[in-house]
Design a protein around this ligand. Structure first.
Ligand code: DAH
Length: 345
């Protein structure tokens, strides 16, 4: 009895091998699984005989039955893998998918155009010899206005332009010129510093956002002249745009510089050739930054010897620089984070 059971268990494996030879579909495989391992399957049938065995023989036959059951399962798993591979091969043979198609590209991120300009401008000025500083975005009236020689009644102090914190003692800096004062308070001349950063003004329309970016520059030494200012800023502009870009210095006014100038560059879109150019309005020139020789009044605030030192300062709006460099016509695009816009840079 025992021998008979053991033999029929052994032969189950061979039977299964034979049965699976012709199976070609997942359904066929499932049917075979029921036939061999199902509740009423061949294995169960054989195991029914276990009850009739002598008690001493049962463990041996039981162990064998378990071993065979595991083997059968392995045979089924292997057959399943073989079937899957067949399905793939058939699909490829039928051209269901084209393995020569290129893969889907991984979408690459971009550095925001403003960050690009921020880095380009900062690095260019560092190459010229400036050292980068940063200052606080929350300021007092003294650093934002008074020490920069901006008198009490100056419109820049108007509540409409400046974001004041409750209590009116603190404000969000309206320009990066504040960093000039911090650096001069903490360092002796000579100074060659730039301060890139965020500034805030209560202003919002097509050409203004309440937050924008500037780079402030300050160069102080003995015998620094307006010629140095022109040389440094011309070099800077030609590095950022190209060597053919023309510059002109137009007299202007800032409380902290005297004389003051506005730097214009030749129109990067039409080179002054188009009478109806939408960007330069046919003038051939684009306003790009403010600059000038540091007013001795500022030196008095920071206790620099105005007889010994002279210097120049400049302030660049980074949004404007980026718009001209990349040909962007709407300031708001920088802050909308529209993927279709950002992807272009
Ligand atoms: N602080 C000025 C502004 O925000 C820009 C500026 C103009 C800075 C002339 C300067 C300068 O250092 O010399 O409008």
């Amino acid at each position: 009895m025992k021998e008979k059971l053991l033999t029929s268990l052994e032969s189950l494996q061979i039977e299964l091998h034979d049965a699976l030879k012709d199976v070609e579909s997942p359904q066929g495989l499932q049917e075979a699984r029921v036939l061999f391992l199902g509740k009423k399957g061949k294995l169960t049938q054989i195991l029914k005989g276990l009850g009739k065995l002598d008690a001493k023989d049962r463990p041996q036959v039981g162990a064998k039955a378990n071993e065979i059951k595991e083997n059968l399962e392995e045979i089924f798993d292997a057959a399943e893998l073989r079937l899957q591979a067949q399905v793939y091969e058939q699909a490829i043979a039928k051209d269901l998918f084209d393995i020569s198609l290129p893969g889907r590209p991984i979408v690459q991120g971009h550095v925001h155009p403003l960050t690009q300009i921020y880095e380009l401008a900062t690095q260019t000025l560092e190459k010229i010899g400036f050292q980068t500083y940063s200052g606080p975005e929350i300021e007092d009236d003294y650093h934002n206005f008074e020490a920069l020689n901006i008198p009490e009644d100056h419109p820049a102090r108007d509540l409409q332009d400046t974001f004041y914190l409750p209590g009116l003692k603190w404000l969000l800096r309206t320009h990066t010129s504040t960093v000039q004062i911090h650096v001069m308070e903490q360092n002796e001349a000579p100074i060659r510093m730039i301060a890139p950063g965020v500034v805030y003004r209560a202003d919002s329309d097509v050409t203004h956002t309440p937050m924008f970016h500037q780079i402030e520059g300050l160069w102080i030494d003995q015998k620094t002249t307006f010629a140095d200012l022109k040389g440094v800023l011309t070099l800077f502009i030609q590095e950022i745009f190209d060597q053919k870009t023309q510059v002109r210095f137009r007299p202007s006014y800032f409380p902290f510089t005297e004389p003051s100038a506005e730097l214009d560059i030749s129109c990067v879109f039409c080179q002054g050739k188009k009478k109806n150019c939408a960007i330069c309005k046919g003038t051939g020139w684009l306003e790009i930054l403010g600059c000038g020789m540091v007013d001795p009044a500022v030196f008095k605030y920071v206790k620099y010897d105005e007889e010994k030192y002279t210097g120049f300062a400049f302030g660049i709006g980074l949004e404007r620089l980026a718009m001209l460099k990349f040909g962007i016509n709407d300031l708001r695009l920088f802050f909308e984070n529209d993927y279709r816009f950002l992807e272009q840079f």
